[in-house]
Design a protein around this ligand. Structure first.
Ligand code: CDP
Length: 783
């Protein structure tokens, strides 16, 4: 057999992304690229009202339009028991309206036609009789006595309250506050934002009338979970359902939920016996699919005069929209917000949360975020800045004084997380060194002396990713474990099948690198498959940076399982006992006799041609990984900004980001993830917002209003790293995809608030548009 002598490009190599070959040539295979014989097209009619009784639908004119095959209404769906569906948080959501509309953009009816443009045109010919009702557009309004009841469909629901949830030790926290020299507080609103992936959501439902086989091509980040939900909703046998997620043009949490369009297209295909394609346009995506954040937060911190933190309280009011559809572990009503004590050794923490229904789209998705960690990280990092100001301390000093020490890991937080590993001082020192912090403060003093508004913002975040251990983590009862399946072919090439689903993160490259390191096969010889429930092992998919902590671990474990057999085969070939074989630098050799060596190619060939008696042929395995813990990436971001006092425009002068995600599988891909995350964090801090007028009209439903930073606005980032491996992950890796989106908004905002500190400005809620900054400057001048 031919042997491979060059270095194996496993963990730590910046291997170029294999998937980019097809993406940059424009030959990716997205849902809208798929055309099936006899395929029909579906378009959805959406409500112009946020809250209105539905008195009737007359589809006669639409039905008469040439090319229209069918108009689907809630009434028709109800006849098949499909007018409502479960959400990922155990609530129910209307598929097509039967009683009343509850948010602007809600799905009212659908047209199926032989041409996508005809389907769209026919929507205008459907006559809907609405009886408008008062809209509820804030959670505060929703919880007032006498507020219009939104969920009239739910038996026993008498108000708009969704849940109350608390965690942490209230008594211990109250005690801490009673001993405080200083209490600082912050009321802030993390506005509604939207993941806005480049590719909108869509599907092609293809049900064979002959076999009953249901194949749904779908923009889903979690195809296996979706198959299970479909089996439960539609009562279809699970083996007859195949979900295929082909290339996905970005997900960021938006493509986790089940959307009504998927269900209606499936029902239409079932009724009509043809494949049915449904693709949203941009406004539909922004108006009706999973939003993120929309959290009103109050934080209070108790401190001693010397800056020692004693306790933390956080109370939250979540705007859940019309249906409680957050994609999050069942046990935690406020996601993983209770990581709110962040990087600090806080002896007492208490969190209380309430959710309210409003006349807005549902969602609460983990937009590049581990279930509400972004909101938590923002609150604590803004509070720490206020505390530093109140006590006249440098924001670096107060952080360093209260950081969890390196020696304290594994560290149990007051709300019960066990942080696996960390070196917060190390990341901070690295960031300060890179930016030249002392010099920067001098520069600021000089600028201030000249009357300039110059600010420096610091944020030290701790993330929590890798949901999660089966004992605590499930979504609607399904445990959050993930699988990997690996088969090595006779010539030593391999196929790796994953339960997670890439949406652009580069899994086809990085997961192959994990196997490469464990077995000695070059990554380009390992084909990585995902996104097809018939052909990949079960798992809960990709969101909340969980792929590396869960599927990445499963991949390492399955490769090690396969390696055990490979060792036995090598022993057989080298005529020694298996215990005498060692695996090193990608080869199998006799311990103490490194010249007696076999490669994985030799071993793989033997697995099919020359295996010892009593051994099964083949070289493959499967592994389902139940993580023993979550992983806790962290980092420090330092930003300097200058604010124009006359216009409120602020510009980032420098942005240094030091991230620690444990062992980096592919440093280049990690840097790409961080750069993207910092850009999205900047967008949230500076410009993005979906808001609503008092009638519930959504404002921010196109890219003229909902702003995506271009290369022009995006600051230049200077990246640094420290490496603190996770002690429980097989390769020491932690997730990284969302870290920078989680950690960076507070850094930008802290910088602007620091710039305005001489004027006495303590807070501006995001997004810090120039208009808002200018208003704050004017208000400060007046007062
Ligand atoms: O779940 P998702 O893929 O969005 O997030 P992730 O697990 O943080 O991984 C994002 C990308 O970065 C993947 O290609 C990972 O394999 C890669 N990565 C890495 O190379 N090293 C790490 N320590 C973490 C992630």
């Amino acid at each position: 057999m031919a042997t491979e002598t060059e270095e194996i490009r496993g963990i730590g190599h910046s291997v170029r992304r294999v998937e980019d070959d097809r993406f940059i040539r424009g030959v990716g295979n997205y849902i809208d690229d798929i055309h099936l014989p006899g395929m029909l097209h579906m378009a959805i009619l959406r409500s112009p009202y946020a809250h209105a009784n539905l008195k009737g639908i007359d589809a006669t004119r639409a039905q008469a339009l040439p090319g229209v095959i069918a108009v689907v209404t809630g009434e028709l769906m109800a006849q098949h028991n499909l007018a409502w569906m479960p959400t990922l948080s155990g609530d129910t959501q209307a598929v097509l309206v039967t009683d009343k509309v509850r948010f602007q953009g809600q799905e009212v009816a659908a047209v199926v036609a032989d041409d996508p443009y005809v389907a769209r045109d026919a929507l205008e010919l459907i006559d809907v009789d609405y009886d408008p009702l008062d809209a509820v557009t804030t959670p505060q309004q929703a919880l007032e006595d006498g507020a219009p009841l939104i969920r009239t469909d739910k038996e026993g629901q008498e108000n708009n309250h969704v849940y109350s949830w608390e965690t942490g030790d209230k008594e211990a926290t109250d005690n801490a506050f009673s001993q405080a020299d200083v209490v600082v507080s912050l009321d802030t609103f993390y506005p509604r934002s939207h993941p806005a992936p480049l590719e909108t959501c869509g599907c092609i439902a293809d049900i064979s009338p002959a076999t009953g086989q249901v194949t749904i091509y779908m923009t889903s980040q979690a195809p296996h979970a979706i198959r299970t939900v479909f089996a439960l909703v539609a009562g279809l046998p699970e083996e007859k359902i195949r979900i295929v997620s082909p290339d996905i043009g970005g997900g960021f949490g938006n493509k986790v939920p089940v959307y009504p369009g998927y269900v209606v297209a499936t029902a239409a295909s079932l009724l009509l016996g043809h494949p049915v394609k449904w693709i949203e346009d941009r406004s539909e995506n922004l108006i009706s699919t999973g939003f993120a954040r929309d959290y009103h937060m109050r934080g209070e911190m108790a401190l001693k005069k010397d800056g020692t933190m004693l306790g933390l309280r956080a109370s939250l009011l979540a705007d859940e929209g019309a249906f409680f559809a957050d994609a999050q572990p069942s046990k935690f009503k406020a996601g993983l917000f209770h990581i709110v004590s962040g990087s600090y050794d806080l002896p007492a923490t208490h969190v209380s949360a309430q959710g309210a229904y409003t006349n807005k789209a549902p969602g609460g998705v983990a937009y590049r975020c581990s279930f509400r960690v972004t909101e938590a990280s923002y609150l604590i990092e803004r509070l720490v800045q206020n505390a530093a100001n109140e006590l006249g301390m440098d924001p670096v000093d107060i952080r360093k004084k209260n950081f969890i020490d390196k020696e304290q890991f594994p560290y149990t937080s007051a709300t019960g997380f066990v942080y696996d590993s960390g070196d917060y001082h190390g990341a901070m020192d690295k960031a300060l060194g890179m930016i030249g912090y002392d010099e920067l403060r001098k520069e600021q003093a000089d600028a201030r002396a000249q009357g300039k508004l110059y600010g420096i913002g610091v944020a030290s975040f701790t993330e929590v990713v890798g949901a999660g251990p089966a004992k605590d983590y499930d979504i609607i009862g399904v445990k959050m474990n993930d699988g990997a399946e690996l088969r090595v072919h006779p010539t030593g090439k391999a196929i790796l099948k994953l339960s997670c689903q890439t949406q652009g993160q580069g899994h086809e490259t990085t997961f192959a690198q994990i196997v490469a390191g464990e077995l000695g096969i070059q990554p380009e010889h390992i084909k990585v498959m995902h996104g097809d429930t018939d052909n990949t092992p079960y798992g809960l998919g990709t969101y909340a940076s969980r792929s590396t902590p869960t599927s990445g671990a499963a991949t390492a474990m399955v490769a090690r399982r396969v390696r055990e057999k490979a060792m036995k085969l090598a022993a057989h070939l080298l005529e020694v006992a298996a215990e005498d074989i060692e695996y090193q630098a990608g080869t199998f050799s006799v311990r103490g006799a490194p010249d007696q060596v076999k490669t994985i190619q030799d071993v793989a060939f033997a697995a099919y041609t020359n295996y010892p008696e009593g051994m099964e042929a083949g070289l493959e395995g499967v592994y389902y990984y139940n993580p023993p813990n979550l992983t806790f990436p962290f980092g420090t971001y330092v930003v300097s900004v200058e604010v124009d006092p006359d216009t409120g425009v602020w510009n980032v002068r420098r942005m240094v980001a030091v991230d620690d995600c444990g062992v980096r599988i592919n440093p280049m891909i990690v840097e790409g993830q961080i750069t993207g995350g910092l850009t999205e964090g900047y967008a949230t801090a500076a410009m993005q917002l979906i808001t609503f007028d008092e009638l519930g009209n959504a404002i921010g439903t196109n890219f003229m209003d909902y702003l995506i930073p271009t290369a022009w606005e995006t600051p230049k980032f200077e990246l640094g790293e420290t490496v603190t491996p996770s002690p429980h992950h097989p390769i020491g890796a932690k997730g990284v995809g969302e870290s920078a989106t989680v950690g960076s908004p507070a850094a930008y905002v802290n910088a602007v608030i620091d710039a305005l500190q001489p004027l006495g400005v303590k807070n501006i809620d995001m997004p810090l548009t120039s208009a808002k900054v200018w208003e704050a400057i004017q208000a400060a001048k007046v007062s």
